[in-house]
Design a protein around this ligand. Structure first.
Ligand code: NDP
Length: 472
């Protein structure tokens, strides 16, 4: 019987697992303790025999002991066995350094061996400064750069970032991380579409009327104003994660699971994507939450959250309808929506099927909504809501066929790290895709910035100011 780990191995091909040094820049930060280290623990839980050295660094005065305690906490949270945790800790250290300083950076690189994964858990501007320094110094041959979104703040800055990164290492050693795009999500979409004839046959504008890709969160700001207030829902979710999901949903058939094949197909569909009828004023809406209750807890209005500058006009909910101008999808609206502080967590693709051309006379239908295919993004599941006969056979009603697609074997960051260690780029966002994703939303971002689209409001904990898909 094949396991998830076998599947990952197949994806990675005949991977040589030599020694790897994971050098985390920004090891004192939130990403490291909350996501990266637990991810590493979930990977080591399954693959304890990896030859891994872990170096954390930052300007903060942290002792090795303290850093090892942070590792301990993170690994315990994901149930990594004690012996594995102890082994990782023995091969870990913290080096106090300012990586923007060339001497400090040299010292850090000298402490590494094997494949060096330099993980920038840093504010993007600092990452850029370090890349400038790296460009001027001798670098390990097998150096991989891993960086977090945002990949720039618009198309021009994304191009500049990519050029800078590529002056340090070639593109196939750069990993732009999109942790929402976990391996299971990518493989589920590819498998669902291309491993059975039933769905393959309905995957076009003839059978599909419209598609919604929704990522609604119950969580409000949760103390992340420093990042979020300069970003907002459109940049934070739609421009990055949801557009990636759209490209996997809508791409042409893949011949293989090779990263180049998948990335080429994603890039092709993104090049054909634009805001519905080229008009963001009709196709986009935005809103932010006012005071309310989320899960029974009082939440202040977004503008009253600590660290928020109301003058920035940041939205906490954005919805934009896109079109894909190609033979397969012309005329089908794709609505992307994501918001914070909403009543219900909802992370799914909803695919509305067209009605049948003719319903036999004599049937009576109680189904108001069209038939739907719903693909849950996290956890992975698939539901088909189809019109069928009820107990009274002449009366049709909607019935749901549902299946789970299995639980992930490690956290999303565990998968991200695994693929970087093994040199697999399937989950990495390629340079041209990062740039194209900004191009798609350029006019919408400008309309937001110029206040051409009104800022609506919704109480925290409500379902939002408008029903889903009311942009076109
Ligand atoms: P933080 O703001 O917590 O910063 C991380 C570390 O960066 C700090 O602990 C600090 O370490 C170092 N740092 C800050 N400013 C400077 C500077 N001027 N020069 C050198 N080092 C500096 O960031 P996060 O950990 O929250 O996020 C890191 C990256 O990951 C960001 O790009 C973010 O957008 C992204 N991200 C974060 C997520 C999260 O949930 N936190 C989720 C997804 C992406 P020290 O002072 O010790 O040098």
């Amino acid at each position: 019987m094949s396991t998830d780990t076998d599947i990952f191995d197949a994806l990675n091909g005949e991977t040589e697992r030599g020694p790897v040094t994971l050098l985390i820049l920004g090891a004192s930060g939130d990403l490291t303790s909350r996501l990266l280290l637990p991810g590493l623990g979930s990977l080591m839980r399954l693959e304890a025999d990896r030859d891994l050295t872990l170096i954390g660094t930052g300007r903060s005065d942290i002792s090795d002991e303290h850093f090892r305690r942070v590792i301990d906490d993170a690994f315990t949270r994901v149930q990594c066995p004690e012996a594995t945790t102890a082994r990782v800790k023995r091969r870990s250290r913290y080096i106090q350094a300012d990586p923007t300083n060339p001497d400090d950076l040299r010292e850090l690189l000298d402490a590494t061996h094997g494949t060096v994964v330099m993980y920038f858990a840093l504010p993007p501007a600092v990452t850029m400064r370090i890349c400038h320094v790296l460009e001027t110094m001798e670098r390990p041959e097998n150096l991989r750069l891993a960086l977090e979104k945002p990949f720039g703040v618009d198309r021009a800055s994304a191009i500049a970032l990519n050029e800078q990164l590529q002056r340090v290492v070639p593109e196939d050693q750069i990993y732009r991380v999109d942790h929402i795009l976990a391996t299971a999500t990518v493989l589920n979409l590819v498998g669902l579409r291309f491993a059975n004839r039933a769905l393959q046959l309905i995957w076009d504008a003839q059978q599909i009327e419209r598609v919604e890709i929704v990522y609604d969160e119950v969580l409000a700001l949760e103390g992340r104003a420093a990042y979020y207030d300069k970003s907002g829902a459109l940049r934070d979710m739609l421009q990055s994660h949801l557009l990636q999901v759209l490209s996997l949903f809508a791409m042409e058939p893949a011949a293989s699971l090779e990263p180049t094949e998948i990335h080429d197909l994603q890039a092709q569909v993104l090049r054909a994507t634009r805001v519905w009828e080229g008009d963001p004023l009709r196709a986009a809406r935005r809103a932010r939450y006012t005071a309310g209750y989320v899960d029974g807890h009082a939440v202040p209005a977004y503008v009253d959250e600590e660290g928020v500058d109301p003058a920035l006009g940041t939205e906490t909910l954005a919805e934009v309808t896109l079109e894909i101008q190609n033979n397969r999808w012309a005329g089908v609206p794709f609505t992307l929506r994501s918001g914070k502080g909403l009543s219900k967590k909802r992370k799914e693709i909803i695919c509305h099927l067209r009605p049948v051309p003719h319903l036999p006379v004599g049937f009576r239908s109680t189904c108001k909504d069209p038939d739907q295919l719903r693909i849950g993004l996290n956890p992975g599941n698939v539901t088909l809501d189809l019109s069928m006969n009820s107990a009274t056979p002449k009366v049709l009603e909607k019935k749901s066929l549902t299946t789970e697609l299995g639980q992930p074997v490690m956290t999303a960051y565990g998968e991200v790290l695994r693929q970087i260690f093994d040199g697999n780029q399937l989950l990495a966002v390629r340079a041209d895709i990062a740039e194209e994703s900004w191009r798609v939303f350029e006019s919408t971002l400008a309309a937001f910035a110029n206040n051409e689209i009104p800022m609506e409001e919704y109480p925290a904990g409500s379902s939002g100011p408008w029903p889903l898909n009311h942009t076109v």
